[in-house]
Ligand binder design. Structure first.
Ligand SMILES: *Cc1c(COP(=O)(O)O)cnc(C)c1O
Length: 393
């Protein structure tokens, strides 16, 4: 099967040989009727799995009522949803977007406008980290400074200073009177599933406060229950000023959000930002149901339980295979760093019916839906073992 004989799509994703026709829970069915266990979740997006009945019902109901009015008009549902996000996080204000990169862009504008408002005209630089991924727009590419994603698109935006991850001494030396913010993923995703240490995060908060610098978290991938808490920063003892989230927020419907304290977004006044679609009625109708379920009785406790179960099963497997160099990650965002080639192993896993997503640093990323069961985790472990055994033969 080769679907690329003649394509009218820009080939930025390369070869794509599988097509799905249906999804239910943690499983996908391809057009050639093969069943796959989906531990990629469309890159950590389908937080409640495929076609969750509550979401299907909500979308159908909204679809027959109202799709879009633009943000020129008031929306009670949007207000109520923003209130839920704020009441369950550090935030006091929300800006809705359609994607992660747009939520990142919004956060960067919050930062610049904050210092402009306070006439800190020297505070322009944002400290970012090796291995970071913030998206594909120009500002996101500029923030991550990763040649792999951006070399052919230069010049990028100025004002980003990149340093090693998880090294507080270097931050201490780097923060100066030109620093406007520190920006990071509490669990690096594309960079290879690398969690920030909780102490590191807490120390950054302190030094940001001392220097009048904002702390901006990219929880596009690690937020929305994936860590076992609504936002992963909640594992540590601090709160950020600004946070971008998306992926799992609406389990596959395009939606993102930039969350902020009142103080940080003081400069985001009338006319400074906008989005035609951001937070439109269809997206909000899904978002509201997703957060209701995630914050519902026992849901996150169960995510945490499944995450620990999966972690332990992977750790038991680790020692039996030369191919596995390290198990890493947190919550239901786990990674297997392999010895040979992660892309090749990912292909073999796919062939054996398990979908995962490669990440940098030779890692296979495991991001099952948050509704994953012990049974499905056992099935994934069996496929991983089988694949690595076949590879040894
Ligand atoms: C995926 C991702 C983004 C970009 O989100 P898009 O919806 O693809 O624009 C930004 N930051 C992180 C950490 C991500 O994983």
């Amino acid at each position: 099967m080769n679907k690329n004989v003649q394509s009218y799509i820009m080939p930025t994703y390369g070869e794509r040989n599988i097509e799905f026709k249906e999804g239910k829970g943690s499983y996908l069915l391809s057009t050639d009727n093969k069943k796959y266990l989906d531990f990629g979740s469309g890159i950590a997006v389908n937080s409640l799995g495929h076609c969750h009945p509550v979401l299907v019902k909500a979308l159908k109901k909204q679809a027959s009522r109202l799709w879009h009015t633009s943000n020129l008009y008031y929306s009670t549902q949007q207000e109520e949803y923003a209130k839920i996000l704020c009441q369950n996080s550090f935030a006091e204000k929300v800006f809705f977007t359609n994607s992660g990169a747009e939520a990142i862009e919004t956060g960067l504008k919050v930062i610049r406008s904050f210092h402009h408002h306070h006439k800190n005209f020297d505070k322009k630089n944002i400290i970012t980290f090796d291995g970071a991924f913030h998206g594909r727009t120009f500002a996101a590419m500029s923030a991550q400074q990763n040649k792999k994603y951006s070399e052919m698109f230069e010049p990028l935006l100025s004002g980003f200073v990149k340093i090693p991850f998880n090294d507080f001494e270097i931050i201490k030396k780097t923060i100066d009177e030109n620093t406007s913010a520190v920006m990071l993923e509490p669990i690096q995703g594309e960079g290879g599933i690398i969690p920030a240490s909780l102490k590191f995060l807490e120390k950054i908060r302190k030094i940001c406060d001392e220097a009048g610098v904002l702390f901006f978290l990219d929880e596009v991938q690690c937020g929305f229950g994936r860590s076992g808490k609504l936002f992963s920063y909640e594992w540590a003892n601090f709160e950020p000023d600004v946070l971008a989230t998306a992926k799992g927020i609406a389990s596959g419907f395009p939606l993102g959000a930039c969350l902020s304290t009142n103080e940080a977004c003081v400069g985001m006044i009338k006319g400074t930002h906008g989005s035609t679609y951001g937070g439109n009625p269809l997206a909000i109708s899904i978002g509201r149901e997703v957060i209701k379920i995630i914050l519902g009785n026992g849901f996150l406790t169960e995510v945490d339980k499944m995450a620990r179960y999966f972690w332990n099963k992977l750790k038991e497997t680790e020692g039996n295979y030369d191919e596995i160099i390290e198990i890493r990650g947190a919550g239901l965002l786990l990674g297997i760093k392999v010895k040979s080639n992660n892309i090749e192993i990912n292909k073999l896993l796919t062939k054996n019916g398990l979908l995962c997503v490669p990440a940098s640093d030779n890692v296979i990323r495991l991001a099952p839906p948050l509704i994953v069961t012990e049974f499905e985790i056992d099935e994934a472990i069996q496929i991983i073992k089988k694949t690595l055994n076949e590879k040894n033969d």
